[in-house]
Design a binder for this molecule. Structure first.
Ligand SMILES: N[C@@H](CCC[C@H](N)C(=O)O)C(=O)O
Length: 277
């Protein structure tokens, strides 16, 4: 019987089924990807990650990202830390480069023992988010209920960041999917609610495109840090508390965002390929 080996990893509770397709490709249909990610019928995860050979020089591997709806995402901050740590453990190096659809992302072991990833530049032009029409990305002007007028940020993937008094009181399960599909966002978007809780401290919750509410979203935390600095609410270095824990973010003067946080491996296992279709 054909079996797929997997590793279950997470960053702040944002969890991944990791498949190793570096020596032999693992083509997965949308239905198979959905089943693997389904917590009732498969192993279950927020994102399915397939490690593949790099397609350009300078990267250690290509990281393919699939959401539980079967769609592909360009970026995933928490998975990038996980895969970087996996490659660092394999190779004994403390610096690696992970290729994603968003580009080459250098990662290294932080002094805290956590992993730091250069998530690349925050893209802030309206065509880069992308938006359906020209708007100021500091004030997108869309909204639903208490969530109004977000900041648009693209970290390889699209984000809309809504500032609120208290992120914990927002009905994200209802408002998240409505805003994810707003007509201004032709590629849909990850929807964040963000509160400033102290000098350079943020509280953030995220409704992820193609996934729903997760315990943390690394690219969302990067987008949140950039949005808060752009609105003049914080400096360029912040600590963001998500449901699963804390990430440290720095929006460098050159536009790149550095994200530092933990990584964990939960278990390794095998799944019958035939059970996925
Ligand atoms: N969990 C991620 C983001 C995963 C992709 C996202 N749902 C999208 O479709 O853009 C992270 O840690 O960044």
């Amino acid at each position: 019987m054909d079996q797929l080996s997997f590793i279950k990893m997470h960053g702040l509770g944002n969890d991944f089924v990791v498949l190793d397709g570096r020596s032999a490709p693992i083509p997965l249909s949308i239905a198979e990807a959905r089943t693997l990610a389904d917590r009732h019928f498969g192993i279950g995860c927020d994102q399915l990650i397939v490690m593949e050979p790099p397609t350009s020089e300078g990267a250690d591997l290509f990281m393919r990202i699939r959401n539980p709806d079967g769609g592909e995402a360009e970026a995933c901050g928490n998975a990038t830390r996980c895969i970087a740590s996996l490659v660092m453990n394999e190779t004994g190096r403390d610096q690696v480069v992970i290729q994603t659809l968003a580009g080459h992302l250098p990662a290294e072991t932080a002094t805290t023992g956590e992993v730091t990833v250069d998530m690349g530049p925050a893209n802030l032009g309206w065509q880069e988010i992308p938006l359906a029409e020209e708007r100021d990305t500091l004030h997108l002007g869309i909204g639903a209920g208490p969530l109004q007028d977000p900041v648009g940020v693209n970290m390889g993937n699209p984000h809309a960041v809504f500032f609120v008094e208290d992120a914990d009181t927002i009905d994200l399960a209802t408002l998240g999917p409505r805003l994810e599909h707003d007509p201004l966002l032709p590629q849909r978007a990850n929807i964040s609610v963000l509160s400033v809780t102290g000098p350079d401290r943020l509280r953030q919750r995220v409704w992820e495109r193609g996934a729903g509410i997760t315990l943390a979203c690394g690219s969302g935390a990067c987008a949140g840090a950039v949005a808060a600095a752009r609105r003049g609410l914080t400096g360029r270095r912040v600590e963001t508390t998500m449901d699963g824990g804390v990430l440290t973010l720095e929006w460098r003067e050159d536009g790149h965002v550095l994200m530092t946080g933990p990584v964990a491996t939960s278990f390794r296992g095998k799944v019958e390929r035939a059970s996925l279709s």
